[in-house]
Write a protein that binds this ligand. Sequence first.
Ligand code: PLP
Length: 428
Amino acid sequence: DHGLSEADPHVRTIIDKEKQRQFRSLELIASENFTSRAVMEAVGSCLTNKYSEGLPGKRYYGGNEFIDELETLCQERALAAFRLDGKKWGVNVQPLSGSPANFEVYTALLNPHDRIMGLDLPHGGHLSHGFMTPRRRVSGTSIYFESMPYRLDESTGIVDYDMLEKSANLFRPKLIIAGASAYPRDFDYPRMRKIADAVGAFLMMDMAHISGLVAASVVADPFEYCDVVTTTTHKSLRGPRGGMIFFRREPVLGVDLESAVNNAVFPGLQGGPHNHTIGGLAVCLNYAQSPEFRAYQNKVVSNCRALANRLIELGYKLVSGGTDNHLVLVDLRPLGIDGARVEKILDMASITLNKNSVPGDKSAQVPGGIRIGSPAMTTRGFTEKEFIATADFIHEGVKIALEAKRSVSGSKLQDFMKFIGSPDFTLM
Ligand code: PLP
């Protein structure tokens, strides 16, 4: 049996190039991070060979004594990392990623075509919370369920809870979803709980982006108010690529969440769990209980604030005026430039971030903002000083993007992309 270099030099070379790219660039994508060597070792282990459909002690295959031990350990660590009492909360650590975890919750709690309300995608929500356009039901969630998004108050950049309340009273959803992919503030869980209770809806939090911050108690705790909490494991939490679903053990609205969620994961939507991922997740969740992890998450937030303050000093408009978490959303429209052009220019300078729609945007393809996150570079050892310098680099990139845009005839994005030497760039 050969190692990768001998067995498949082509794939080895591609991995090496990607590794170089990761180490060369300033990684500012808010949903990404660098996991630890210990997690990578578990993920690259023999655990990937084993089939273990079912749950610990109740498997459909033999030979699972060590897998049972591992999954039970992972569950215990998941509850401990979020300070949850195992009598009140349970967890399923098998979801393959964040989107499947969310769909598993919908499958557990809803009937086809039941109504849900999540934050609108152009206002910072996630596709899996039910995005649709007037012409098309884009996400599977909106194909199988009836979705009415709630939105931000465009003047403040904060969730419009009054409007959510009014819409919920009319729409009568069975599920309200908190959580976002591009929202720099905490959710008001007590308010959302009240709204959900008034209409008899379940309340779920998708804490994918902020689960590391929740584990370290540097943002509000959703567990106190929600019935179900989902998360990815590879963002601020710094684990392997995967997902988890936490559920209350007490029945809610007459539903036994534990069996509903577990059955939705398997046999509902998944087959064999990815045991190598569960191994890596167990390692991550042990680390998530350490003082070093808490210190890291505090730095994620203080670094992000330093970045935000510097951008404000440089004259940028931030959605909601700042940040309480690991990301900032910059509204570039007052400058007359869009997020796609700025993303492209910064990419050429190995500064990796993403274009993002901002409230009030007309086009999702050429959105008016960029999203910048602090978790990955904080892992790489950046302090506030380096994040301030990063804001200055971004500012230089924006100036170059503005200059380049002025030099091209017209302002079409395709012309601009050709001008800066990327003729093969296609929009979405
Ligand atoms: N939920 C939120 C809030 C997210 O931001 C994301 C991904 O960015 C997901 C779910 C989906 O996770 P995955 O890409 O692992 O399916």
